[in-house]
Structure formats: C-alpha cells, structure tokens
Ligand binder design. Structure first.
Ligand code: SF4
Ligand code: SF4
Length: 356
C-alpha cells in the first residue's frame, strides 16, 4: 500500500483515497481474475478475498441527472463506490456475488448497457468536441454516440477476435489517440485568412512558428500587417488555427472525416503500432454520420470474420498485408494513402518505443 501523495497545485488528486476498501486492502496482492460474463470482472486475492466489477457504458458527456442516477445506483445496489475507465465506462465494485445480478438489472432498467470487457468493442475514447474546446472541426461526442448506438451488440458481447479499441478526434493535431480504428477530422483546404482581424488577434511570429511545413509568411495586405500561406506547401493540418482564429480552417464542405486502422498502445504480444489511413474524405454529416458508421462497421465485420483468435487489428493486417485489407474491405486504395512526405524520416520519431 502506497503512502498518500503530497498535494500539488495541479494534476489529479491521489486516487487511493477513492478506492473500494477491498481494493485498498488487496492492492498489489491479486492472485488472478476472470470474467464470469461480458461486462463483469471477478478478482480473487491471495488471501481469498473476492470482488466483482460491473462495467456499464455511458454517453460520456453527462447531465447532472444522469450522474445522480448513476450515483444512486452505486449507493443502493453497490457498495457506494464508482470509477470511470479511460473509455468513459462506469464501473461498480461489489464484494458479494449475490449483489451482481440486481446491480445489472438496475443498470439495465435505466438504459446503461453492460459490457466493454475482453474481446468486445469497448466504448470509444474521444476528444471534447464543441463542449469545451475552441478548435474542433466536428463534435467528437456526437460521432461517438451515433457509432456506439450502432455497435451496441458488439459492446455487450465478447465476439471479436481480440479487444477492439476505437477513438475519435475532432481535430487533426491534438488529443486523438492511437486505436484499432480511429475516426479523425480531416481538413482538405488551407485556412481562409480574415486579414482585417489578424493584426488584432494573432501574434504573427507565433503563428509562423506553428506551421510544421513553413508555409506561413508575414505579409502586408491592404496596408495592414497580416499573414499569407504558400498553398502548395500547406498540408491542411489546422495547427495555425488555435493561435490565430482568423485563419479559419473549418468548412462545412471541405472539413471531412478520415478513418485510420491498426494503431495500438499496448506492448502485449507485439510492439505498439501507429495506425494508418484507410478511408478519407467522408462527409462530416451530423447528427448521425452514417457514412462514417458504414465504413467502421464494414471494417469490423471483415476483421471479425477473417482474423484469427487473439489477433488485434494490427496483427491481422500484418498477417494478410495491406493489399488484402483493401481487397477484403472493398475500400478504394488511392494515391492519397501513400505517405510520401520525405521529411518524415528526419523529423518524426518513427518508432512508438520510448527512448531514453
Ligand atoms: S482533438 Fe483537437 S479539437 Fe478535439 S478536443 Fe482535442 S484539441 Fe480540441
Ligand atoms: S494548415 Fe497547417 S500546414 Fe497549412 S498553413 Fe496552417 S499550420 Fe501550415
């Protein structure tokens, strides 16, 4: 058992104080765990103590009434403790097996599906979208809600070859993560500059420095200090938009969605991998994003039938090869899928292994 950390000015509070007492007691002393059913984990400690964890899906962006409902369920049907996973699933812990079924029934009554464990499609980890970020090109939370409605069966069952992690990212440059299937905003036209506002709103050297391909230059436009873009160099990443909102890159038609496949952070079995672009130019079609849903479901269907047991998405693609991936999924392979940026070798860390 670790000592309480000293409080610091920033960062998350020490989690140990929030642990279920049984977890605190057996911290680091678990003998094994199994899964009696999808959505339920059963841990057994070396001293014989047992604890059951019930995992339920949530919509992530929650109103206060939903949070109160979830807390009431914890107080009345679990031991009063909850925690959230990195993919925004909520977990309840109970030390008595007879409490598992009533807890599941109560969550079901309120519409929270039980699942997301083992070889299922767990909840999609996603970025903040319009709720509290200033640069999104789409509403990642909305994409997630629409997709998870369609992947409900894959959440409550464990029928995939291995676990499937999905992520959604509402801009191209910041907080999206590697995933078996990643849904990422994709701008396809350079920013449009509002020259009347640049001098008042933007620190021009900062904006020039932000561009990874040196496509931005200071310029005088209509007698006012502004910026100009060399559009032949611009790769439409959107990195200049956060420090300079007058460089508007979001566009109802030309801001699209792309799908990337085969990334993973885990070191289990094989090394971590970067995901690769497999579909681009999908319309940013709120509120249900049907074109995105169709591509994701198609990839999952082919993976489910073609991958061997325990193959993660990247292992499967490694075995069959990318040409077979495009053939089996029927996704068109275009010149835009070829990464021909020659600067990558010199400027990008081409391995996901941490180097010290
Ligand atoms: S992915 Fe980009 S737009 Fe979305 S929350 Fe993160 S920084 Fe903001
Ligand atoms: S969108 Fe990206 S590449 Fe284009 S000018 Fe802005 S920072 Fe540079």
């Amino acid at each position: 058992m670790t000592e309480m950390r000293e409080p610091i000015e920033s960062g998350v509070p020490d989690h140990v104080q929030y642990l279920h007492p049984m977890m605190k007691k057996n911290y680091g002393s678990w003998k094994y765990h199994d899964r009696p059913r999808p959505g339920v984990l059963h841990h057994v400690a070396h001293n014989g103590d047992e604890i059951w964890t019930v995992r339920a899906g949530t919509q992530r962006q929650m109103d206060v009434y939903t949070i109160r409902t979830l807390c009431d369920i914890a107080d009345n049907f679990a031991d009063g403790y909850v925690r959230f996973t990195t993919r925004s699933n909520i977990e309840y812990m109970v030390t008595d097996e007879s409490k598992v079924a009533p807890l599941i029934a109560e969550l079901g009554k309120h519409g929270f599906p039980i699942g997301g464990t083992g070889n299922s499609v767990s909840m999609i980890s996603h970025t903040q979208g319009f709720l509290h970020c200033d640069i999104p090109g789409t509403d990642a939370s909305g994409v997630v809600k629409a997709l998870m409605d369609e992947l409900y069966d894959e959440f409550i069952h464990e029928e995939m070859p291995n676990r499937v992690k999905l992520s959604t990212s509402c801009c191209e440059i910041n907080c999206g993560g590697q995933a078996d299937i990643a849904i990422i905003m994709q701008h396809t036209k350079p920013p449009k500059i509002n020259h009347d506002l640049v001098a008042n709103a933007c620190e021009r050297p900062t904006v020039v420095a932000r561009c990874p391909v040196a496509a931005i230059r200071p310029a005088l436009v209509n007698g006012k200090p502004s910026l100009e873009i060399d559009e032949s160099k611009c790769m439409c990443c959107g990195a200049c938009f956060p420090p300079c909102p007058p460089m508007q890159i979001n566009d109802p038609e030309f801001s699209k969605i792309a799908i990337w496949v085969g990334g993973k952070n885990s070191n289990a079995r094989l090394r971590p991998t970067f995901h690769k672009l497999v579909a681009s130019g999908l319309p940013n079609n709120a509120p249900r994003w049907p074109e995105v849903g169709a591509v994701v479901k198609n990839i999952l269907r082919v993976y489910k039938t073609d991958a061997k047991p325990w193959e993660r998405m990247s292992d499967w693609v490694d075995r069959i090869g990318w040409p077979q991936f495009f053939e089996k999924t029927g996704l068109p392979f275009t010149k835009y899928h070829i990464d021909d940026w020659r600067g990558a070798r010199a400027t990008l860390n081409a391995s996901t292994h941490i180097r010290f």
